[in-house]
Design a protein around this ligand. Sequence first.
Ligand code: SF4
Ligand code: SF4
Length: 394
Amino acid sequence: MQYRVDPRNGNRLSALGFGCMRFPSNALGRIDLPAAEALVLDAVERGINYFDTAYLYRGNEEALGAIIADNHLRDRLYLATKLPHANCQTPEDFDRYFAEQKRRLRTERFDYYLIHNISNSDQWKRLVDLGIEQWIADKKGSGEIRSIGFSYHGSHGDFANVVDAYDWDFCQIQYNYVNVNYQAGRAGLELAASRGMPVVVMEPLLGGKLADKLPKRAVEVLDRARTERTPAAWGLRWVWNHPEATVVLSGMNEAAQLEENASVAERALPGSLAPDDLAAIDEVVRIFNETDKVSCTGCNYCMPCPKGINIPGCFAAYNSSYALGWYEGVKQYVLSAGAMSNDPRYASACVACGACAQHCPQHIPIPETLKDVRRRLQPAILPPALRIASRFMR
Ligand code: SF4
Ligand code: SF4
């Protein structure tokens, strides 16, 4: 494993971090604990020592806590989790959530603790007014928090304000080859590094869009450049090519993915991509931007929808209709809506209640975008035709 040093404390962090949010799940949508445990054990054996979770990832802290405790791994890894700051309305809430996180993760200390998704300095100011600076100082003084940071999904322009609002130990940003000027972007990465902060990168493959969901034309460009490198390896190598990226989180949920990512991490040193590699990526970005109409990463933060709409499924189908053709998009849409079931949930069921959009880190106007999905993928004849067809098939 390649290790990169945290300049604030000298920790040697594995260049590949384990993003636990995408732990494998079972048929009921719950975390598949034995499968997740096997992955974590394999990751530790391969030298991965940075594990990232959050209070808001449903069932995730409990699962990771059980795996770490049952296998006596706590002293072999750096543990990162996040405070759900928007849920904190009183100073006592900081302690309440923190105590629950310690219980769930079965630990007395967090090596890396983040304020989850601070998007502008007004959000930080609200927390300062609640006394968070003294609270952090107390937790650092007691050793329960070793490094304090923030994760960020705000605008390009606000990033510097958040960096300057506090003496952070580290930050976590979204960064990949199609998001160079989006959210913190390259300017944010370089700014944080110039302040001596280690940077943890999330979404290096944009929720898999830069791995197995790349348009065919883009894959052909990459294959022509180097036959032996998969799209996922290209995407990860591009991020590791930046010396400012300390840890790159990958949400691995299969053994083969873990094996490939760990093997790429060993070789992907800063500055190791050749000029013709970078030219191939530029061409892929051009093709990707032609087909990626909705910037959904499939993170599920917006779910569940009270009307039962599979929001990320709708957007994936919509993008597929541009990348892979209209029929493929409709096929995916029909499946994601459960159109052949007794109770299908089409995009047209949206009542614009707004419960979803406030949680979207990509700032997608979800109800409006679902109207685009309906217009493109749901001709008026589709629901009644499928209703009749499903009766015959039962
Ligand atoms: S706005 Fe529409 S998609 Fe979003 S939660 Fe409400 S009904 Fe569901
Ligand atoms: S719409 Fe937004 S919150 Fe929902 S899955 Fe996509 S990126 Fe995540």
